[in-house]
Design a binder for this molecule. Sequence first.
Ligand SMILES: *Cc1c(COP(=O)(O)O)cnc(C)c1O
Length: 361
Amino acid sequence: MARVFNFSAGPAVLPEEVLQQARDELLDWHGSGTSVMEMSHRGKEFISIAEQAEADLRELMNIPANYKVLFLQGGASAQFAMVPMNLLRGRKSADYINTGEWSKKAIKEAKLYGTVNIAASSEAAKFTTAPAQTELKLDPNAAYVHYTPNETIGGVEFPYIPETGDVPLVADMSSTILSRPIDVSKYGLIYAGAQKNIGPSGLVVVIVREDLIGQTVAGTPSMCDYKIHADNGSMYNTPPTYAWYIAGLVFAMLKRNGGIKAMAEVNERKAKKLYAYIDASGGFYQNPVAVGCRSWMNVPFTLKSETLDEPFLKGAKATGLVQLKGHRSVGGMRASIYNAMPEAGVDALIAYMKEFHRTQG
Ligand SMILES: *Cc1c(COP(=O)(O)O)cnc(C)c1O
């Protein structure tokens, strides 16, 4: 059976070599006679898998020693609440930049714990852009500043890292982590649901500066306390062991293939050629996002007429290009082209788009 090019926004395509390795190791991991799924999380085999995954992620992202790396559950959505529970630290309010659907969900949860100051919003522009640094109305007394570097649904990516002075910067990097090098020391906390660029859904990776943890709001459950997770090596309870293992295979694969810098070069090339083709289609295909804020990872586009959507998707599927339907809130199409989408997949998509335009335009 041939594998298709899967443009799903998440759970998304995984690197084929990782799936092959997982298959080869499924019944008997390294001569242990068991699957990783069947191992005690406290046994030396799984501990070695967990520690290697963390070490590889630290190396890939150049994570400074004063940051904890946590492998938790509940996806990025659990972090929408855990961030204010842990980082308000006795302060009354936090700043949020609102750039789309994921920002809004984060804001909704933060309001359960404190006052949210909207430092900037691109809602009036229908979330087709990210505010510039000069537009941010930041409160110097805020507990932290939260933003979404890549809005997965709108396909909007910040072209810069917000400058927040002494106020810790918090980023929901679910759909952009590992897609390009970043300076982790500019952040107080980074979180990312795994199912876009890391591994299976359910797992969420949290990278947090250690001086920010241990001051939770009253009533915070143990399972929501970063300090408790950090003190227990993310094994306060049974962690999602198999997802952690797959994440580790992805990190090792990235290291083998030149790290994040090499990944970024391919990602930039993939995105550039897709946008270039859309822009050159004479309006047959359109992407609404401000050119400087176009995402490398999620490329939404509409066709000249909505009546073309169904035939486009049908023909794409027949060509082995799947999961291109746009999010229900935006409509049209969306091609998610994460790390694991090969450049050949983007080339195949562009070739199909050209052919569709030729025959249906
Ligand atoms: C996918 C996504 C989420 C939600 O992740 P879950 O694992 O479903 O909770 C949150 N934020 C962003 C930016 C995402 O892309």
